[in-house]
Write a protein that binds this ligand. Structure first.
Ligand code: NAD
Length: 267
């Protein structure tokens, strides 16, 4: 029995076949879920369509989640469009983030106000607005919302800078949203993934050092592949985790549990 059979959901954040969102989408599809996708702009759509075809998915919608003074409703509009196609959904995967590459190096203290606001808007506020806008489609039978975070939310990692602050806001949002939506049986969780070689991952200066350090120091001695992240996502999006909400689940080979690495792990 496929565990996502008869479940429908939205995947936000596929840029290409290496995207975490795509790894999760493939897994959910294998387990019987029916999927719709949102993409940032036409450029991303071109890469998304062949991937969608490979799993026989039909629905996709444009949505740049960033807000500005004139339009803070792109996410509401996205869910209005979805509600014309589907009366209900069971889950949403929010796997997107952005910060100016120029500020993912050097010191956090030099962060500009503009990039601070933009990074938190796209990487954190968009999840809160996604929860609000998807609510009418989930309220009748409950559902599961999942977002992606990183260890840099909890402790400093090199060059993560304002993205760490955005991920901290995202992780706090998970808990407040879990409280707000719990009585409607809508669960809200996060996956804190170890470093993965994606477009977003490559934007962080010195990513190679972080990648190598993480696999050396993690108890499992490897960084998670899309396969591992997707398996954990499947658990959090399916009924297997029906008692779990407000949780940030680490899929990082255990790296988060290490305070002081063994000296031979640093060689
Ligand atoms: P990716 O580059 O494949 O995906 C990032 C996505 O964000 C892209 O699809 C892009 O279109 C989308 N995006 C950026 N700005 C947007 C906007 N304004 N509107 C709509 N979409 C927008 O990278 P990824 O690594 O798969 O990132 C997915 C999530 O996983 C992010 O939240 C990232 O922070 C998180 N994460 C990544 C790693 C890693 O090492 N790669 C580790 C932990 C967490």
């Amino acid at each position: 029995m496929k565990i996502m059979k008869n479940k429908k959901g939205l995947i936000m954040g596929v840029a290409n076949e290496r995207s975490i969102a795509w790894g999760i989408a493939k897994k959910l599809s294998e387990e019987g879920a029916e999927l719709a996708f949102s993409y940032q702009n036409e450029g991303f759509k071109k890469r998304l369509i062949p991937l969608m075809e490979s799993i026989n998915a039909k629905k996709c919608y444009e949505c740049d989640v960033s807000t500005d003074i004139n339009d803070e409703s792109s996410i509401e509009k996205l869910f209005e469009k979805i509600s014309k196609d589907w009366k209900e959904i069971d889950f949403v995967v929010h796997a997107l983030a952005y910060s100016d590459k120029e500020e993912l190096k050097g010191k956090y203290v030099d962060c500009s106000r503009e990039n601070f606001l933009n990074s938190l808007d796209i990487s954190a506020f968009s999840f809160t607005r996604t929860a609000k806008s998807s609510f009418p489609l989930m309220v009748s039978k409950g559902g599961s919302l999942l977002t992606l975070s990183y260890l840099g939310a909890e402790r400093t990692t090199p060059n993560y800078n304002v993205m760490g602050v955005a991920k901290s806001a995202l992780e706090a949002s998970i808990k407040y949203l879990a409280m707000d939506l719990g009585k409607s049986n809508i669960r809200v969780n996060g996956l804190s993934a170890g470093p993965v070689k994606t477009l977003a991952g490559a934007a962080i200066s010195g990513a190679r050092h972080v990648y190598r350090y993480s696999e050396n120091v993690a108890p499992l001695k490897f960084n998670p592949e899309l396969q591992e992240i997707s398996n954990s996502a499947l658990y959090l999006l399916s009924n297997l985790s029906s008692g779990v909400t407000g949780n940030i689940h680490h899929v990082d080979g255990g790296l988060h549990s290490v305070a002081i690495p063994r000296s031979n792990d640093l060689e």
